[in-house]
Design a protein around this ligand. Structure first.
Ligand code: HEM
Ligand code: HEM
Length: 399
């Protein structure tokens, strides 16, 4: 058998292009089913959760490698001649093949990249197995961005899948119906018989534009889908005393030894507060929290499940407390009702009042098991027992 050159020729793919082609194909065809399986894997028990984390880590690691090899492959293709189609006179077929190739090139980059940005922007739980850290330059940790990138990943991987199916159908048609050398000249080791025409073939820009338009459509579709699930961020009106202008209600848990931070986007606080205490009390506070507005990195959906917050049966949590003096600061002493369980809770806080504006900050730690959250995961190693709650708000005095 004649030896194959490393570089492409006008009629044949070289060894480098072939190797890179089959490496990307193998990596993508492994990462894709892994993503589908990992996404649907249950996490009701600790063993299931551990397996799910492993599946996702494997998925992400292979995906990152697929991205890097795809990048190398595209750089290589840019400096190489492209073997001419074996039947350039079949205009429609060549156009379709070119369009699918462009869609594949875009997908090879955009599908893993959106997954990677999602991972880097969120506080997740399944790490990429590699020594370069979990973040990406220019990608801030931001739940909104993570949500966007995750949504795009979920759509782009299906565009990639569709393009692969068309691509494989085309390759098989060449091999089985046309019985030409198209597949053979991509397979390792085989040398193609020279094409009937080695004359330059014009690859128009239209297929590239068509593939880009496809991505434009997919992006628009993803954005439309996400609009329905976009996190709401409304602080409702209060009845008494002080109007909350802005605030954050954040929680931090430890999952698989790593901190996962999240926040409730929707809650209201009704505050009646007087600087001078009356009968030992500065007033009252009532906070209502929409459980479904919690954004907790990549485990947001799981946190809503029956075993965790059980949002379907307990859509809101409520904190009611009396505001007591405590040295220089204050103490909100009352009860927290969460997941149908009401327990006493003390929330020490500091308050800076400047005219009609007040800035309040508080931190407390709750025991999730006391509220029956994640009872199937009693181990501290998988899911820590202590949940840190951080509250910060600015309120304006109502006149
Ligand atoms: C060629 C590369 C990749 C392919 C083909 C791929 C494919 C997939 C598929 C099919 C799903 C399931 C979607 C569904 O069930 O609706 C998925 C989910 C996911 N992938 Fe990838 N993926 C790739 C790369 C990556 C990379 C590099 C990362 C991160 C570093 C990543 C992170 C994720 C995450 C976090 C999910 C779950 C999405 C969510 O819950 O919103 N993927 N991927
Ligand atoms: C799963 C991921 C795959 C991706 C992302 C992919 C991508 C591509 C791309 C972008 C090209 C253009 C050639 C270039 O300029 O380098 C190509 C060529 C080719 N691919 Fe794939 N491919 C995949 C899987 C497959 C499979 C499973 C087969 C066979 C059943 C196949 C058969 C071919 C053939 C025969 C060519 C040469 C086409 C020609 O001569 O114009 N590919 N592939």
């Amino acid at each position: 058998m004649a030896t194959m050159s490393l570089a492409n020729t006008r009629t044949d793919f070289g060894a480098v292009a072939r190797t890179l082609h089959w490496m990307t194909a193998l990596l993508i065809l492994t990462a894709l089913p892994l993503g589908l399986v990992a996404e649907r894997w249950p996490m009701a028990t600790e063993a299931e959760l551990a397996a799910k984390v492993t599946l996702f880590s494997l998925h992400k690691t292979l995906g990152v490698v697929a991205f890097l090899i795809a990048l190398a492959r595209i750089l290589w293709a840019l400096v190489q001649p492209r073997p001419v189609p074996l039947h350039p006179e079949r205009r429609a077929e060549t156009f379709l093949a070119d369009t699918v190739h462009w869609a594949l090139y875009l997908s090879m980059l955009l599908a893993p990249l959106t997954g990677w940005v999602h991972h880097a922007a969120t506080t997740g739980f399944a790490p990429i197995w590699w020594p370069f850290g979990q973040r990406l330059p220019f990608v801030p940790v931001d739940e909104g961005l993570a949500h966007l990138a995750g949504g795009l990943h979920g759509v782009f991987v299906y565009v990639l899948l569709g393009a692969i199916l068309l691509h494989v159908a085309g390759a098989l048609k060449h091999h089985l119906v046309d019985r030409d050398d198209t597949l053979r000249r991509m397979l390792p080791g085989r040398r193609a018989t020279p094409a009937r025409t080695a004359a330059p073939v014009r690859h128009g820009l239209v297929p590239a534009v068509a593939a880009l338009a496809l991505y434009g459509l997919a992006t628009a579709g993803a954005l439309a889908l996400m609009r329905d699930t976009a996190p709401a961020s409304v602080l409702g009106p209060v009845e008494t005393g002080w109007q909350v202008e802005e605030g954050t209600l954040a929680i931090t848990i430890r999952q698989m030894g790593a901190e996962v931070a999240g926040r409730f986007e929707t809650w209201t606080a009704a505050i009646a507060f007087d600087e001078t205490p009356e009968a030992g009390s500065h007033g009252r506070v009532e906070v209502d929290i929409a459980i479904e507005s919690l954004r907790l990195g990549s485990v947001t959906a799981q946190a809503m499940g029956a075993d965790f917050f059980d949002a379907a049966n307990h859509p809101t949590a409520r904190f009611e407390a009396e505001i007591l003096p405590e040295g220089e600061a204050y103490l909100a002493r009352g009860t927290l009702t969460l997941r149908g369980v009401t327990l006493p809770m003390d929330l020490p806080f500091t308050l800076q009042i400047d005219g009609d504006r007040a800035v309040m900050e508080a931190t407390a730690t709750l025991d999730r098991l006391a509220f029956g959250i994640g009872a199937s995961q009693p181990g501290e190693g998988t899911l820590g027992h202590g949940v840190t709650v951080d509250v910060a708000l600015t309120a304006r005095r109502l006149r």
